[in-house]
Design a protein around this ligand. Sequence first.
Ligand SMILES: Cc1cc2nc3c(=O)[nH]c(=O)nc-3n(C[C@H](O)[C@H](O)[C@H](O)COP(=O)(O)OP(=O)(O)OC[C@H]3O[C@@H](n4cnc5c(N)ncnc54)[C@H](O)[C@@H]3O)c2cc1C
Length: 448
Amino acid sequence: MMDTFESNGSKKWDEYMDICEAFLDCGLPNFIEERLDLSSLPKFLSAALGDFGRAWPLKPHSDVLDAIFASEKMKALASFQDLYVGLEPFANKDLPLGGVIDTTAPAVFGLLSAIELHPTNNKCGVFAPIGGFRAVTNGMESLARDLGVVIKTETTATKVTSEGVYCCETSNTNKIWFEAADFTVINADLPYAKKTLLDNNQQVDEWPTYDWDDSCRFSCGVIAFHWSFTKTLDDLYTHNVFMSVKSRSSAEKSWEVIRGNNRKKGFELDNNSPFNFYVHRASLTDPSAAPKGADSILVLVPSPTLDRLTDVKCMNREEVIQAYKSQFDEEMITYVRQSVLQRLAVIDSLKDIEQYLVHEVVDTPASFADNYNVGAGTPFGLSHGFGQLSITRPGPHSSGIPNVCFCGASSRPGNGVPLVLIGAKLVADKIANTMPSIANDKTVKGQI
Ligand SMILES: Cc1cc2nc3c(=O)[nH]c(=O)nc-3n(C[C@H](O)[C@H](O)[C@H](O)COP(=O)(O)OP(=O)(O)OC[C@H]3O[C@@H](n4cnc5c(N)ncnc54)[C@H](O)[C@@H]3O)c2cc1C
């Protein structure tokens, strides 16, 4: 098929995947897992320097793609994963170094393609857990309980100090107590935690609020449609990406939401604006995702993040969240829903799916903020330009309190379940090393 997009398309793809493979094999141990692996360096250097630096990893991603591919479709296929880290592939001429410090993915992010499509590493690929992501959470919970960890739910942390954590019942914020701790790991989103949980001005008996440190650059937001249908959508795969690639200019415009992040108030409500989106159809591989003869899909449309309100200190959390919900009003949601249905209708069997749509749940940056306290409402955390990547990304020890650490999407190494788990393991190892007496004392129990 790639040869129909451009001459020698599949050969060029294989060449590109070889480069991505070298970036992943070297980048994963050395820059993500923080363990020195010299054996992967020769192949990395050959990929980076070959053909006079044609695929130099610090260039904007689009410079490398332009040097390899002619077709915009091939370039889109080779770079849509930049979305996962909140960056666009296109060089931004208005920013220094084509934007790689800021909103443009450096070419090294080709390693994301290799995570999904690595030609030889069979640990790579796209994995969809049977039973949905809750199955993973349940698995982790049961492992933790087996190790003696006490898990408290329906509990909101309101303030973290060097002595421990102030908490309240989520449904009754007047019921406040203090949990003493030798060491606290904050998994709540870092920019939110910095502004609220670690705020010296926050009194321990104040109601929980929602705010975030806006000195960071965030990934884009997302509008998520969880749709149920009374018929099966057989022409969708498990993992489907819809990209706008009619021309170079429409391809570039389709990433506008990332380039304009935090500066642009909303989508342009204009039918000609191209946009990209992702569709996950779990039922193809997981029979528990929908009853027989029916179907369910998740549609993710990149969106702007929340525009921070600066006067929230005098409002309670409910009022703050309500104010943010109005930034994603029904008019915007209706427009996005219709645009997605229209785009899906290019597939013959999906032309009339709206009439089979029987149930919908919509998430917006405001509901992600409400449900998970994520800064700016983005579930993808801080973006991953060079200004917030590897050692320039906030590290576990950036709380300012020696026995309080961060882990999670907005800290190192970054967003996405695999990276978050790698980061959590690194943090656990660091604590075990700094507090060996606790790590070896089997009578000490953790709490989550
Ligand atoms: C629709 C969608 C699809 C996604 N798809 C994928 C995917 O396919 N693959 C992938 O790798 N990633 C995916 N992600 C991203 C992934 O979900 C995140 O990267 C990951 O969940 C981040 O983990 P975390 O532990 O940092 O944060 P979270 O999972 O948000 O965990 C932090 C927890 O802290 C809790 N918390 C916050 N504040 C407080 C407080 N004050 N007191 C008590 N608890 C608090 C929150 O409620 C939350 O449960 C997706 C995200 C979304 C929204």
